[in-house]
Every structure is written in structure tokens, then in C-alpha cells.
Design a protein around this ligand. Structure first.
Ligand code: CU
Length: 324
């Protein structure tokens, strides 16, 4: 009798614990159908328009930070305040955190597109290697099925030798921040002339440069190599808002960073053990070694998460893959 009772109680306990929310959230069986992030040009016209409409919707949705701005503005604001010496002090760049922090930042953005703006798809990436020598003719700049192109060549300079974008769904979009300043201006781009495109963009995304990066054996060097290499390519080619710490003002930022995240995803898959490999400095200028328990901080945009939760795109807090 007693034994039977103990057995029943043990079984009840087993069912209780095996269905606690923490446990199920960490279980890989929760990600049976990962969403697939595709390259921009493989989307159909209506899929492209869905994405663009959802981003436009962010520009019309109030801030979740309690600030007098839009949800669209919240992203450059958090990126620059976390990324620089501000309220949250140097969290997102120049340390082991770089790839991990941006991975979750993209996830928050994708979640907002879906939850707030009813976007039915996944985040999208721009594969620079399909336009190594002709970035200005890439389909992402299309005035109808893209994000608009270069700043108006005949218009006045706005920020950083760039001019207002005057075509596409973000034409003359008012953006609030520029680097560390509150500075209302129009979304601006200033494509480099071809000779400088080669130097600042093509060299950083060339087949040789990316192959070399992908062959880097340790996370620490890979992460810093991504940050100092291809990460700088588009900002230095497009200029304007993309060049400074408020780069998420340019919606193309998220396609660029998805491509950087994709490189990490590919690197992780290329050798066993890399899914848990995380090393380097725990934060910018810190002597502490990085740990999977380090926290990723997003201010009031989202709750902090441990690095561990973003290591595997098919486990923990995430459930996606890249199409290739
Ligand atoms: Cu960044």
C-alpha cells in the first residue's frame, strides 16, 4: 500500500517537473519547425511587400520604451545607448558579446515585426557576395520592391556627406537620432563613388576575405574578425545613417546583420563543439573571460538573456535557420 502510494506520488512529481515552463522552453523538441531566413532576392514580390509594410508599420507604432518616439526609433536608440558609453555602458560591441548581442537584437526586431505588425514571414538577409562589385545595383535598393536607393544626388547634404532618401517606402522618413545626439533629420544615404566602393566594401566581402574569416579556428578571433571586417563593409559604402551607432535607422541594417549572423551560424555548424564555443573578453575593455552565463542587455526593449540562450539558433530562446 505504502509502496504503491510512493509510486503514484513519484509519477505525479515526474509529470509535474517534466512539464514546468523553464524545462520545456529549453527543450530542443520545442523547435521542430524552425523558421527559415531567406536572401532578399529569393522572396516573391508579395513577400517583399509584406516585409516592407511591416517595417513601415514600426514607424507608425508608439515606442515601448516610454519615450516620445516610435517603435522604429527604439532600435537605433537601444543600439547606441547599449553600444556606447551611455546608460548601459558598452555592451554590444568590441567584445565576445558582439555576435551574441546582435543575434538576440535581430530576434527582438523579428518578434516585433510579427507580433505588433502582423508580419507573416521571417527575417531576411542580404548576401553581399551576390553583389561584391556592384552594390548600388543590388535589388535591396529597388524603389518599389526594396528599401529605396542612394540619397537624392541633387539634394543638400544632411548628415555625413549623405542626402535624404527620396524613393521607396522610406522616402523622407524622419529619424530622430544621429550617433549620440537627438537630431531629427531624414533617413540619409550617400553611396561611395565606385573607386571607394572597391576599397571599403568589395575588399571586405570578397570571396578570399570571407573564406579566410570562415577558416578562423576560435570564436574570439572569428567574432572580432566579423566585427572588424564585413561588419564595416556596408556602413562604409552607404554612409549617412548606416555609418554611425544609430545605424538601425536604416532598415537595411537588419538585412546586413542577418548576413553577419548567418556567417556565425555557418561557422558554428562547420565543426562539432562550436555550438557552445564562446570566449574572448566578457565586455569591452574587461579582463574577465567571457562566459555562457554573461548577460545580454537590451534596456527596456526586452528582458536580459544569458548568452547561453542564443548560442543555438534551434534551441533555447530561438528557432530559426538560414536557407543556405
Ligand atoms: Cu551593432
Amino acid at each position: 500500500m505504502t509502496i504503491a502510494l510512493v509510486a503514484v506520488a513519484a509519477r505525479a512529481l515526474f509529470y509535474f517537473y517534466s512539464s514546468t515552463p523553464q524545462e520545456s522552453a529549453l527543450s530542443s523538441t520545442q523547435c521542430q519547425n524552425p523558421s527559415i531566413r531567406r536572401e532578399w532576392r529569393t522572396l516573391s514580390t508579395s513577400e517583399k511587400l509584406d516585409y516592407l509594410d511591416a517595417v513601415v508599420c514600426l514607424t507608425k507604432t508608439p515606442s515601448v520604451l516610454g519615450l516620445n518616439q516610435t517603435l522604429f526609433d527604439d532600435f537605433p536608440f537601444i543600439h547606441t545607448t547599449i553600444g556606447k558609453e551611455g546608460k548601459y555602458h558598452l555592451e554590444s560591441h568590441h567584445s565576445a558579446l558582439f555576435l551574441a548581442w546582435h543575434r538576440y537584437f535581430l530576434h527582438i526586431y523579428e518578434a516585433r515585426l510579427r507580433d505588433v505588425c502582423h508580419y507573416p514571414g521571417s527575417l531576411v538577409f542580404f548576401d553581399w557576395q551576390l553583389n561584391i562589385h556592384d552594390l548600388p545595383s543590388a535589388p535591396i535598393w529597388d524603389p518599389v520592391t526594396g528599401f529605396g536607393g542612394d540619397g537624392n544626388i541633387t539634394g543638400p547634404d544632411t548628415v555625413n556627406v549623405a542626402r535624404c532618401v527620396t524613393d521607396g517606402p522610406f522616402a523622407n522618413l524622419p529619424v530622430l537620432y544621429y550617433s549620440n545626439e537627438l537630431k531629427l533629420h531624414c533617413l540619409s544615404r550617400g553611396f561611395q563613388p565606385p573607386v571607394d566602393m572597391e576599397r571599403y566594401y568589395s575588399a571586405r566581402v570578397s570571396v578570399e576575405a570571407i573564406d579566410k574569416l570562415m577558416a578562423t579556428p576560435r570564436y574570439e578571433e572569428f567574432n572580432l574578425g566579423v566585427e572588424d571586417g564585413p561588419h564595416l563593409s556596408m556602413p562604409h559604402a552607404v554612409l549617412g545613417d548606416f555609418l554611425v551607432d544609430t545605424a538601425p535607422n536604416d532598415p537595411v541594417f537588419f538585412l546586413h546583420h542577418a548576413q553577419l549572423d548567418r556567417l556565425w551560424w555557418k561557422w558554428q555548424k562547420s565543426s562539432p563543439g562550436r555550438l557552445r564555443e564562446y570566449n574572448g573578453a566578457s565586455a569591452r575593455g574587461s579582463k574577465e573571460p567571457a562566459s555562457l552565463q554573461d548577460q545580454l542587455k537590451f534596456g527596456e526593449l526586452a528582458a536580459n538573456v544569458a548568452v547561453e540562450g542564443v548560442m543555438d539558433t534551434r534551441d533555447g530562446l530561438l528557432c530559426y535557420e538560414y536557407a543556405y
